[in-house]
Design a protein around this ligand. Structure first.
Ligand code: AMP
Length: 542
């Protein structure tokens, strides 16, 4: 017997329709590439998203055709989120920090027909347009008078002229909720990038889950600043969850420095912000010397890389802001776990609560996870046993776009490439990427643990731990460190700070001071590059 409830497909268009109807005067505030602050409402966002849909019809774009963006977080990008996917096309967000050759490669692989870009990225488009055979239309996200006269890009249009001539009436089509809605290429540290292809159903389920109190706790009372880019895993799905709840959205555009972010948080009464650790480091670096405080910010979700304990502590002790440590990946839409306490933890001392908060957190309903050993056997949830982390669920990839890389699943589970422990309460903690694991004398050393201790030193701006060959122990850890501007730090002083905080054999054998650690297109440390740079390095005494 089937249930007798209405069967309605879960579609992205329903989010913007809902936001318009129930939160029509809810605000969307954007810092523009032009430098000024722009503000309008969900009502106008919905209306302009419909103009986008009509404009795509006018170009003759078919269902599932790809429309790419190279854009910062801003209102025009948001209109494309709803207008492109809502009308049945696939939004392909491209990371502008990738090498231009890689951008051309993925635009060809995705067979993008339209590319919409912020004017900051005009030089990239000028460099790649002749290599993008499938692209028929180039749209600059600007007013007609900002369009360069001699860009050299054929068929270049201004976004405002393109959508401005369209009606703001459009009947969102109804179709199978499993249809593709958007796509994002992984950073591709090995081989060519591969794309995760999200569906309307996966996006809506993720949007519901992300808004839950134990996840991002998003409500109509929030003013949300996603510093995480809309060009990488849909800004962790925040644009969708914000529309689902009618939350105010504050979009930072290209100004990601500590001062600009702080000013936006204060001016717009931001209650909740989301970003990677490096962004928050810049923010705290701006606030601390000036003695600045937050007036409305309550919580921040930090993920993308391990959040150093010192940062969680600084947010809590100095600013009264709760950090929610989160973990996920492109292939997971991206949310997998978020760290929030359980009822029984409320009785614990502050320091014991902090111990828990440092972990990457508990699985969200919808995400099933397990850790397995080298033999594929499931490992115990005892907080000690390490294993490869595998996940499954309705917003987790089943295969890559165009079947690249073959079947990625192991008995229906997606291998994340991360190594983790899970404790008896279900709190997962990442110890490493599997390819970064350091094996010393048959024991594993967590590079994240080594980095976290270095990061707790007040003079350290960034730290990366890698393993180097050792004749007796196979590998020994060393730590590569960037010192904060104007501060001094010696090798011995840093090594001394490890004493009492970790087992002796886990203390790195050496410290290497560098001006910068190579970062990838999504802000993660590129340890492969670091190992390459240090390939002639020898441990002291060898
Ligand atoms: P991406 O697909 O580019 O978003 O990268 C996903 C990867 O980032 C994960 O597989 C992890 O290795 C890493 N990552 C994400 N969040 C965290 C976190 N909170 N702690 C440690 N690593 C993380």
């Amino acid at each position: 017997m089937l249930g007798l409830m209405q069967s309605q497909p879960l579609l992205i268009s329903s989010l913007i329709e809902f936001a318009q109807r129930h939160h029509g005067d809810g605000e969307i505030v954007s810092r523009r590439v032009e430098g000024d602050i722009h503000r309008y409402t969900y009502r106008v966002l919905a209306s302009r998203s419909r103009q986008v849909a009509n404009a795509l019809d006018s170009l003759g774009l078919a269902f599932s055709d790809r429309v790419a963006t190279l854009a910062w977080n801003g209102y025009r990008h948001l209109e494309l989120y709803f207008g492109v996917s809502g009308s049945g096309r696939v939004l392909h967000t491209i990371n502008p920090r990738l090498h231009p050759d890689q951008i051309a490669w993925i635009a060809n692989h995705a067979e993008d027909r339209v590319v919409c870009f912020d004017m900051s990225f005009l030089p990239i488009i000028q460099a790649v347009h002749s290599k993008c055979a499938s692209v028929e239309h180039w749209i600059a996200l600007c007013d007609p008078d900002k369009l360069p006269a001699d860009s050299g890009i054929p068929n270049l249009k201004s976004y405002e002229a393109w959508i401005g001539s369209q009606k703001d009436q459009f009947d969102w089509p109804q179709f199978d909720e499993n249809s593709a809605s958007s796509m994002c290429y992984t950073s591709g540290t090995t081989g060519n990038p591969k794309a995760a292809l999200y569906s309307h159903r996966s996006t809506l389920l993720h949007a519901y889950a992300a808004a839950l109190p134990d996840v991002m706790c998003i409500s109509a009372r929030d003013s949300i600043l996603p510093v995480v880019p809309m060009f990488h895993v849909n800004a962790w799905g925040i644009p969708y969850s914000a529309a689902l709840c009618g939350a105010k959205l504050v979009l930072p555009g290209p100004a990601l420095d500590g001062k600009s972010i702080y000013e936006l948080i204060e001016a717009e009464g931001v209650t909740y912000a989301a970003g990677v650790p490096t962004i928050w480091q810049m923010l705290l670096g701006h606030m601390k010397p000036a003695g600045l405080k937050f007036s409305a910010l309550q919580r921040t979700v930090i993920g993308g890389s391990a959040c150093p304990p010192a940062m969680i502590q600084a947010f809590k002790d100095d600013y009264g802001v709760d950090v929610l440590h989160a973990w996920g990946m492109t292939e997971m839409s991206p949310l997998g776990t978020v760290c929030t306490l359980k009822n029984k933890h409320l009785k614990l001392a502050e320091s014991e609560q902090t111990e828990i908060r440092l972990k990457q957190g508990r699985a969200i309903f919808g995400v099933d996870m397990k850790i397995v050993g080298a033999d594929g056997q499931e490992q115990a949830w005892d907080g000690q046993s390490y294993g490869d982390l595998l996940v499954r669920g309705p917003w987790i990839l089943s295969e890559y776009f165009k079947g690249e890389g073959g079947n990625p699943l192991i008995d229906g589970w997606f291998p994340t490439g991360d190594v983790a422990t899970i404790d008896p309460d279900g709190y997962m903690q990442i110890t490493d990427r599997s390819k970064d694991v350091i094996k010393s004398g048959g024991e594993w050393i967590s590079s994240i643990d080594v980095e976290n201790i270095a990061m707790a030193h007040p003079a350290v701006a960034m730290a990366a731990c890698i393993g180097v060959a050792h004749p007796k122990w196979d590998e020994r850890p060393i730590v590569v460190v960037v010192v904060k501007p104007g501060m001094e730090l010696g090798r011995e002083e840093l090594l001394k700070s490890y004493e009492g905080k970790t087992a002796k054999w886990q203390i790195p054998d050496d410290v290497i001071f560098v001006d910068a650690i190579p970062l990838g297109a999504t802000g993660k440390m590129q340890k492969m590059k670091l190992r390459e740079l240090l390939k002639d390095y020898r441990l002291p005494g060898l």
